[in-house]
Design a protein around this ligand. Sequence first.
Ligand SMILES: [Zn+2]
Length: 418
Amino acid sequence: MSVAAEQQTSAKLCRFCGTALRRTFVDLGMSPLCETYPSQADLDRGEMYYPLHVQVCEKCLLVQLGEYETPDRIFSDYPYFSSYSDSWLRHAQKYCAKMIERFGLGAHSFAVEVASNDGYLLQYFVKEGVPVLGIEPAANVAKVAVEKGVPTLVRFFGVAAAEELAVEGRRADLVLGNNVLAQVPDLNDFVEGLKILVKPEGVLTLEFPHLLQLIEQNEFDTIYHEHFSYFSMYTTMEILRAHGLKAFDVEELPSHGGSLRVYACRADSSTHAVAPAVAELLAKESRAGLASIEGYAGFAEAVKGVKLALVEFLLQAAREGKSVAGYGAPGKSATLLHYCGVGKDLISYTVDRSPYKQGRFLPGTHIPIYHPDRIRETRPDYVVILPWNLQSEIMEQLQFIREWGGRFIVPIPRIAIY
Ligand SMILES: [Zn+2]
């Protein structure tokens, strides 16, 4: 579509800076909400599909997906499953130890996690005697946290929640948000809330998937309706600056296909010196083209290449009469399978460790989800690892498929056979 034609049909504005969005980053077609797992009875009903049309703002370069459904609808009926992988729990534990050491946190401190889930992370602060508060909108999930000894406030986070806590004298020495920034529809209200909640000399840490990795590793399946925004360091700093905050350090992490941990504080704080890592990462993004709108142009074509290679492989396997199963039922599998047009004729079933998902179906494709034992019982020739970010952990658990000559398929960044 030409820029002019797109302008006529699109009145969407950048969720950060309000500029009219006119550039497509990638259009992945239509996909159902990725965290709805239909039951057998649901299969007779229709299912809503929404566009996965991602745009990039020409002014602030924020890559973003429109709100095609209300956040209440997207996040409602969110089933609770404590499906944290062992490696993710280790990640949380290491984070807590590091923060305690670096910022001298102890019994005198106060740490708040926004979108704290079932207390999977804050539990490690509690063990070390650091007072904590979790903020979690899902009541059923917050209840599990409280039972674990992690005090948790049930509500959505933003300016209103932060002001209430500030009035009660409950500003925090450490405010952390892991994998929540992407899921916030009202970005400015959320970041302003973080500024209000952190003490004048306190620290804010944010972890989120890094746009540079998404682009370089073809991680298009991390684009789904729950993820409204996709951040570079450059754009993150613009957003922090607009809310009176500044980044003073950043780490690149391997989690979720490559994430950033950004350390920030109030712009007027003099406690935290800006580390060289900040400028180094900006330079790296600039070399990759992320500092100008032209750098975002090649992604759609790269993604198409991933699709062609995966579909070619699966068609060939089907013609040869090979059996193909999936492993995992992560949200991202909905995007991958819908964009690639892969249904149960090419991947006959998948398995997942979460009891909630077993006996249900992947959204849209209706590929059935079974207990992991199904793999040993049916001895498939190929196992497609859908949560590719956990591939080494999964391959280790499933080494037994070698007994019958089974092979692993990892679809991203480009199909690989192990
Ligand atoms: Zn913008």
